[in-house]
Design a protein around this ligand. Structure first.
Ligand code: HEM
Length: 139
């Protein structure tokens, strides 16, 4: 039962975090074509004011719930080394932890990312993570 609840928490927190990245990259950024720089920043701030209250927390919940899930279903490493499932899950976890660390440093410690500062990078990583989260059970 606990696993099911944590798995659902993982999916919903990822839904919120990923949902913001999709909206920001696919829709909000497009507003730049129709608005002046000043107008765009003003409109974006109306949105970001609420995003900041929810999205960083959902990222942290996604990472913490993911850590619980991986400890529960990673399994033991066989004599032949890591299975394909374990390899893909490890890559997915690494990318997720990177996003988590990057987000926490940026939001809670004001430490800006050294590379890939825009929201395009986390967006691309989330798309890759979603694919890995499904492929890992098929290989
Ligand atoms: C922001 C980062 C993350 C995103 C976008 C993400 C996304 C996802 C998605 C879409 C699933 C599939 C859910 C399903 O099909 O049921 C999933 C499952 C999973 N995630 Fe994450 N995840 C993230 C971070 C993490 C981290 C950091 C870890 C581990 C340290 C992790 C461990 C897992 C595990 C073990 C599963 C499999 C659960 C199962 O199907 O039983 N995730 N994740």
């Amino acid at each position: 039962m606990t696993y099911l609840v944590v798995h659902l928490v993982h999916i919903f927190s990822v839904f919120i975090y990923g949902g913001f990245l999709f909206t920001d990259n696919l829709f909000l950024n497009k507003m730049k074509k129709d608005l002046s720089g000043e107008e765009h920043s003003k409109v974006r701030e109306y949105f970001m004011k609420y995003v900041r209250q929810v999205v960083p927390k959902s990222l942290i919940i996604a990472v913490l719930s993911g850590i619980y899930l991986i400890f529960t279903n990673f399994g033991t490493i066989g004599e032949d080394g890591l299975s394909n499932f374990q390899i893909l899950l490890s890559i997915k976890a690494f990318l997720g932890l990177w996003l988590g660390l990057r987000g926490v440093l940026q939001v809670f410690f004001g430490i800006q990312p050294l590379v890939f500062k825009s929201h395009i990078f986390p967006f691309i990583l989330v798309v890759i993570i979603i694919f890995l989260s499904q492929i890992m059970f098929e290989v």
